[in-house]
Every structure is written in structure tokens, then in C-alpha cells.
Design a protein around this ligand. Structure first.
Ligand code: FES
Length: 157
């Protein structure tokens, strides 16, 4: 018995549909993997970008519990350096994470206050102790070289 050519063609077409579907799925998986890989690489690149080291003060420039305002890592990013002890310092962004008001060091509260909405951040880690800010203050990483105090990065939170 001879096969009907139309049935055979239909049979091949039906046989090809799963193959095309599989091909499209494979392409979609590959494209998805490329996009995810690109996003992952972009994220790694972003987090690997080092901020420049910048001298922000000299040891002894400010008294214990004194502060110094500086800009880091750009010229429009105000930060605050606090001398917390004879040989200890801490630095944070000065921009409140709520509505960007400036924060002020309060030694009696052991933290930074934001007067806009009565918030308080910890000097220890920048965490929110009271008020509406949704995130801690970004901490500025410090290094000490000789008499220089340097800002060397912004801690990722
Ligand atoms: Fe700082 Fe609202 S802007 S608490």
C-alpha cells in the first residue's frame, strides 16, 4: 500500500511543530540567560567600582566629639566625620535617608539627629534609632596613613 503523500506531509508537519516549539523555547532560554548574565555582570561591575581615596582630615584636627563636614565620594555628597575618642573616628553620609535633610552629630544621644522629622541614627553603625528614615545612614570607610585620615569608600548596606 502506497502512503498518501498528504498524510505524510501532515505527519512531518505535526512532527516539526514540537521541534519548532523546542527551538523557540531554547532560544528564549538562551536569551534569558544572556540577559541575566548581563545583569549579573553589570551588578558585579557596579559593586566593584572603587571610590577614590581622599584625605579628609589630619589626626588631631578636630577635638574629641568634634565634627568635620566633607564631600565624598563626589563634590555634592556631604558627609560628616566625628572624632569619637582620642584615636577613634567615624564617618557617615550627612544626608538623611528619609527626605535628604542634613543630619547633626549629637554626642549626648550617641548618634546623628535629623531635625526635619525628629529622627536619630546610631553613631555605631548608622542604623535608625527613631523616626521615619527607611534605611541607615551610609557609612564612609576610613583609613589612617600616618597623620592622614582618608575616606576610601562607602560601605554597602
Ligand atoms: Fe530626616 Fe525626615 S528628612 S527624618
Amino acid at each position: 500500500m502506497a502512503e498518501n503523500p498528504g498524510e505524510q506531509r501532515d505527519g512531518q508537519l505535526q512532527g516539526q511543530q514540537p521541534t519548532r516549539r523546542s527551538f523557540v523555547k531554547s532560544i528564549a532560554v538562551v536569551i534569558g540567560a544572556i540577559i541575566l548574565g548581563g545583569l549579573w555582570g553589570l551588578r558585579r561591575w557596579y559593586h566593584s567600582q572603587s571610590t577614590p581615596a581622599q584625605v579628609i582630615a589630619q589626626m588631631g584636627d578636630i577635638p574629641v566629639n568634634g565634627t568635620k563636614i566633607f564631600q565624598y565620594p563626589t563634590d555634592v555628597a556631604p558627609c560628616i566625620l566625628v572624632r569619637t575618642g582620642e584615636t577613634s573616628y567615624a564617618a557617615y553620609s550627612r544626608i538623611c535617608t528619609h527626605n535628604s535633610c542634613p543630619v547633626f552629630y549629637r554626642p549626648d544621644e550617641n548618634g546623628f539627629e535629623c531635625r526635619c522629622h525628629n529622627a536619630l541614627f546610631s553613631i555605631t553603625d548608622g542604623s535608625v534609632l527613631q523616626g521615619p528614615p527607611p534605611r541607615p545612614l551610609p557609612r564612609i570607610l576610613l583609613e589612617f596613613r600616618g597623620n592622614d585620615i582618608l575616606a576610601v569608600g562607602v560601605a554597602k548596606t
